[in-house]
Design a protein around this ligand. Structure first.
Ligand SMILES: C[S@@+](CC[C@H](N)C(=O)[O-])C[C@H]1O[C@@H](n2cnc3c(N)ncnc32)[C@H](O)[C@@H]1O
Length: 393
């Protein structure tokens, strides 16, 4: 366990205050801006990742408040590595008792590319052996592996024969906001919902609709943004238990996040879906997130959607029509969507879909911008149609 006294060999992140954020493909620029807003520095974008420097206080603030980043890795040790024995030797020299103990469980997430070591599973087994032998040799017992809910997540990254062993500060993916109780098919990741909200520049003042809201992910994140509820408030993080170097920093980050919540705010958020189960899931998720009063969910088919406001924002993740027979259904949806919104020039419309034909059907205008993103492994497009601004009063 990390001790506050003398540390034999400082870990890389302790020496350099440098961390690595993992982020979905296509969201790197948004993540870098978010990190900058939260006072990280030396920010460098890479493919699906961002390295940054941060004080411990800033790091904890990021873990609580980032809406876009998936994981944050604190590097323990980096080294040149071109075979499995070298990996084992280097891993054996880490002061593992600073991080783990025989009573804790751990898991390893390994990622290798363009290297002599080309098998991530074997690489993670070597690292696991090094840790197990380290503990057995010193204490006669070793920590167990738990791949589902480990106490400590370790990360092994090897690229161009350069290995980094790190530990996951957040201890699991940050996209989980801790509110999702109802399991429904294919919900969008919360980090993607936050990204499409950020791109839309919705600022909490205008009405926001999601007419095919599924389990409510976009609107729940919108309510959390509107109220300034930190995504990490409903969760606990692995490092809270380990990092005794700044014992009060976690508490400070949590209490700052709590006091930043805005309670005296009126949001206009509306979510519809044709599927009753989805509306049920949306309502229970919103309740668990503490924003059920901010969003009006209702079972409604998009073909029955009636909009009388002249100005507003619509953000929706449309069904993709990947199943046979869905195409006619999808056409009907597009046609009625076009009819409802073709003359609503004051509406900013943002549609996330994998169907590249969507702009052929929604002909209010050409999209002002199109952005490639990923919904899990599926490549999607975010079609953006900017609305006219309301006249100044
Ligand atoms: C891709 S999913 C949305 C997922 C959502 N973003 C989430 O995170 O859970 C598309 C949704 O459109 C809904 N849907 C399909 N046809 C519809 C229609 N005609 N009217 C309203 N909703 C419809 C489906 O029930 C589904 O929940």
């Amino acid at each position: 366990m990390m001790r506050s006294g003398l540390i034999k060999n400082m870990f890389e992140y302790q020496k350099e205050n440098k961390f690595h954020a993992q982020i979905s493909d296509g969201m790197e620029d948004l993540g870098a801006t978010e990190l900058k807003e939260m006072k990280a520095f030396n920010i460098k974008k890479g493919f699906r990742g961002i390295t940054f420097s941060a004080t411990r206080e800033t790091l904890y603030r990021i873990v609580y408040r980032s809406r876009l980043i998936s994981r944050i890795i604190a590097p323990l040790k980096s080294f040149k590595c071109s075979d499995y024995n070298e990996l084992y030797r280097n891993a054996s020299r880490i002061d593992w008792e600073e991080i783990l103990s025989p009573s804790l469980t751990f898991a390893i997430f390994a990622n290798v590319s363009n290297s002599e070591i080309n098998h991530s599973h074997y690489a993670s087994l070597k690292l696991k052996d090094a840790i197990a032998d380290y503990f057995t040799g010193r204490f006669g017992e070793r920590p167990d592996i738990d791949t589902k809910e480990p106490d400590v997540w370790l990360n092994l990254h090897i690229r161009h024969n350069q290995a980094t062993i790190g530990f996951d500060v957040s201890g699991g993916s940050l996209h989980k906001r801790g509110y999702r109780k109802s399991a429904v098919a294919a919900p969008m990741q919360e980090t993607l919902a936050a990204a499409i909200l950020r791109i839309s520049e919705w600022n909490g003042t205008s009405p926001l609709y999601d007419p095919m809201c599924g389990s409510g992910t976009v609107l729940i994140d919108a309510a959390m943004i509107g109220r300034n509820i930190a995504p990490g408030l409903n969760r606990s993080f692995a490092s809270e238990a380990f990092d005794r170097i700044s014992p009060t920093a976690w508490e400070q980050a949590r209490s700052d996040a709590r006091s930043a919540i805005q309670s005296d705010i009126d949001l206009q958020l509306f979510g519809y879906d044709a599927d009753e189960e989805m509306i049920f899931a949306s309502k229970s998720n919103a309740k668990a997130a503490g924003v059920e009063k901010d969003i009006q969910f209702e079972k409604k088919d998009i073909r029955d959607l009636w909009i009388d406001q002249e100005y507003g924002v619509l953000i929706s993740n449309f069904p993709y029509g990947v199943k046979m027979g869905d195409y006619r259904e999808l056409n009907n949806i597009y046609i009625s969507f076009h009819k409802t919104f073709r003359n609503k020039k004051g509406w900013s419309i943002y549609v996330l879909t994998a169907d590249k034909k969507f702009p052929d059907y929604f002909k209010r205008a050409e999209p002002d911008r199109v952005r490639k993103l990923f919904n899990g492994a599926i490549e999607v497009r975010y079609y953006q149609y900017f609305g006219e601004r309301p006249p100044r009063e």
